[in-house]
Ligand binder design. Structure first.
Ligand code: CP
Length: 311
């Protein structure tokens, strides 16, 4: 593997899931592979799971880890040809090349602004690192994608399914703030590749990017969509068409134990209790959110291992 910025960077999904489960059984099997190699993790935005699980994954492989909260560094300029006489002190062209001298792999988290769809879809920050860095790049959640989360989700479903082809439903939920579509986008793309019966339910008008959802069935009736589901993945996203807006906060879309039934409950976390999902679900025996978060380590570890194998 040369990089992991999009799900398409995985050449064999079933193999990588199997390899991740093997790593989980023996996390230190390759503890010398990363000796004298360094991972630099750059955070333009907050994180709990991604930060800690990726650091743990790298250390399980014997790597050194450096973490930079980008807000603590010089303001970066991403546009070409700018007269840098305002707030930006350093151009990404120099920054990416400099960091490449200090690290063997660079991992980046950079959320969308959610005000300019075209700019967000250009993945300016992630693509600038891909363009100007001379080492492999890992996406720790970008403007439009969260492929490490999606890989952890695929591992979790593969481990916990009791059926050859489980029914998986992605269900929108209300939220008071405008959230990115990244987690939902990557989950959709991952489920399209996994052997599952997959559908999406959300209020009318909350369609994700049609270039991502493609032919995935969409049902505006949540109750109907959830019928006989084996896994229900709950996530809020802000409006894609009326870009970045919060147009619906209908509490009737919150996930409840009654609606969930016997299905397993998934969420990437962090989650707002009793807004996105009621306490009874998160505290109930069908919630697998903690297992999901645990698999973030092994998703990151198998990705780092495959990149290290290729260095
Ligand atoms: N799910 C996820 O990416 O969690 P963090 O935002 O805490 O990293």
């Amino acid at each position: 593997m040369k990089k992991y910025t999009v799900i398409e960077d995985i050449s064999n999904l079933s193999e990588i899931i199997k390899d991740a489960v093997l790593l989980k059984m023996d996390p230190f099997e390759h503890s010398v592979l990363g000796k004298n190699k360094t991972l630099a993790m750059l955070f333009f935005n907050a994180s709990l799971r991604t930060r800690l699980s990726t650091e743990k994954a790298a250390k399980n492989l014997g790597m050194n880890v450096m973490v930079l909260n980008v807000n603590d560094a010089w303001n970066l300029e991403f546009e070409d040809g700018t007269v840098m006489n305002a707030n930006s002190s350093e151009h990404i062209k120099e920054a990416a090349q400099v960091i490449s001298q200090y690290a063997d792999i660079i991992a980046v988290r950079a959320f969308p602004g959610l005000s300019d769809k075209q700019k967000d879809e250009s993945e300016q920050v992630l693509n600038s690192f891909i363009k100007y860095a001379s080492v492999p790049i890992v996406n720790m959640e970008s403007a439009t994608a969260h492929p490490l989360q999606a890989l952890a989700d695929a591992i979790t479903i593969s481990e916990l399914t009791e059926k050859a082809k489980p029914k998986v439903v992605l269900s929108w939920a209300p939220h008071p703030r405008a959230l990115p579509q990244a987690v939902a986008n990557s989950f959709v793309e991952m489920m399209q590749k996994l052997d599952v019966e997959f559908s999406i339910t959300h209020p009318e008008g909350y369609e994700l990017n049609p270039n991502i959802t493609k032919n995935t069935p969409i049902n505006y009736n949540q109750k109907e969509a959830l019928k006989d589901a084996d896994f229900v993945y709950v996530k809020n996203w802000s409006n894609y068409k009326d870009y970045g807006k919060v147009l619906n906060q209908d509490p009737n879309w919150m996930m409840t134990q009654d609606k969930l039934g016997t299905a397993k409950f998934m969420h990437c976390l962090p989650v707002r209790r009793n807004v996105v999902v009621e306490d009874a679900v998160l505290d109930g025996e069908n919630s697998i959110v903690i297992e999901q978060a645990n698999n973030r380590t092994y998703a990151a570890q198998i990705v780092l291992k495959k990149i290290l194998d290729n260095l």
